[in-house]
Ligand binder design. Structure first.
Ligand code: HAM
Length: 378
């Protein structure tokens, strides 16, 4: 029997990889532009990093993690996201000793045991940035502006930037109570997940995809009436900065995000044309996360974007990424092994001179070699 790749994973063949590399090159260019340095953290971490960081009540931690016990008896997890990992690395490597904020970026595979469908995979790839060590609204605006800039440079159309504030541990409890009071009379009508969320995290009921929960939630109290002065002021400043930079946003009081660490700003960018998995990017501020994973209190803000979804968005508007895959030289040989040796030596010299070179390995006719050279655009 032929062995297939695991469900929810992809093989990216050279032609697709070339497009990925072009997108990655743009992202790296932007990171230089905006002053971010790359961080590479392990693909697996101690499970506790995510149960504490991402949050025990989230879908990610409850049902989507690839967790296993290694031969040393430790519980480890394939990273479902990389904000917790970046923050762990910040603390562990004492990056708080550097001038603040520290601006990091990463790209690589993430793993979530989700039901695979178009745009949703079990191994997917994110690019993300984290600005750690600043509580200033300008950092929030810069993170959002970076994502906006990127999609616009790629020419992706019909982007929708949804903005919200989810408050902080000072003001959220009162809002949570208000939501419970609102949903209590409807408790029996809510979907099973939301009945569960009612106690643990009623804010999550607001962005439930079930039509019934959605309908009930329409009349729910809005967080804007509960934000403390600090959160409200922060939110106003972020909005003002986005307006000043002509970055159009829509306020979405029901967008609360599926990770527990957010405080104040939360945002998502969606391209509705690409179907149910329309979120191409999500992020926000996480001022409590570093303390949650054992560091000294330290604010942060960032986002991650789905690499696969960039290509869905481009395909949906009949666009693609142009790549430069032209071959410089194709060496045609005729004359047996002596000619092969001469061609091989020549190819080596030309490659050393930074030309891209192909040569025929076997014994093919002159015509067949010309054809191959043409096919490769030599
Ligand atoms: P997230 O919203 O869970 O946030 O993921 C960010 C993006 O990754 C999504 O908008 C989506 O494009 C992509 N994505 C997520 N799950 C999948 C999947 N199963 N298949 C394909 N693409 C997917 C985070 O991960 C946070 N760490 C973002 C962040 C950084 N917040 C602050 N800093």
């Amino acid at each position: 029997m032929v062995i297939s790749r695991p469900r929810g994973t992809n093989d990216f063949l050279p032609e697709a990889s070339a497009k990925w590399q072009a997108v990655e090159a743009l992202l790296r260019f932007l990171c230089r532009n905006y002053g971010f340095g790359e961080i590479r953290t392990p693909i697996f971490e101690e499970t506790e990093l995510f149960s504490r960081g991402v949050g025990n009540t989230t879908d990610i931690v409850q049902k989507e993690m690839y967790t296993f016990t290694d031969s040393g008896g430790r519980s480890v997890t394939l990273r479902p996201e990389n904000t917790a990992g970046a923050c762990r690395a910040y603390v562990e490597n004492k990056l708080y000793g550097l001038p603040q904020p520290v601006k990091l970026y990463y790209m690589g595979p993430m793993f979530r045991y989700e039901r695979p469908q178009a745009g949703r995979y079990r191994q997917f790839h994110q690019f993300g940035i984290e600005i750690i060590g600043s509580s200033a609204p300008t950092a929030d605006a810069e993170a959002i502006g970076f994502a906006w800039d990127f999609y616009n440079r790629l020419g992706i159309r019909d982007l929708r930037l949804a903005l919200n504030s989810v408050g902080c541990p000072d003001c959220r409890p009162a809002y949570r109570e208000a939501l419970r009071d609102f949903f209590r009379p409807h408790l029996g009508e809510l979907c099973p997940s939301c009945q569960d969320r009612f106690e643990r995290n009623p804010l999550r009921i607001l962005d439930c995809k079930s039509p019934v929960c959605h309908k009930i939630g329409e009349g729910a109290p809005q967080i804007y009436d509960y934000l403390c002065p600090d959160c409200a002021g922060h939110f106003e400043t972020v909005k003002g900065l986005l307006q000043a930079a002509d970055i159009p946003y829509v306020l979405d009081p029901h967008m609360v995000r599926g990770l527990d660490y957010y405080t104040k700003t939360a945002f998502e960018i969606a391209v509705d044309r690409i179907g149910a998995q329309s979120a191409v990017c999500g992020g926000g501020r996480y001022d409590g996360l570093i303390q949650e994973i054992g560091g000294e209190p330290c604010p942060g803000v960032g986002f991650a974007l789905g690499m696969e979804r960039i290509f869905s968005a481009l395909a949906a508007q009949d666009d693609t990424i142009e790549t430069d895959d032209e071959l410089d030289v194709y060496i045609i040989t005729a004359g047996g092994q002596a000619a092969k040796a001469a061609a091989f030596a020549l190819a080596t010299r030309l490659r050393a001179a930074e030309l891209s070179v192909e040569l025929e390995y076997g014994e093919k006719s002159f015509k067949a070699q010309i054809k191959a050279a043409n096919r490769l655009n030599a």
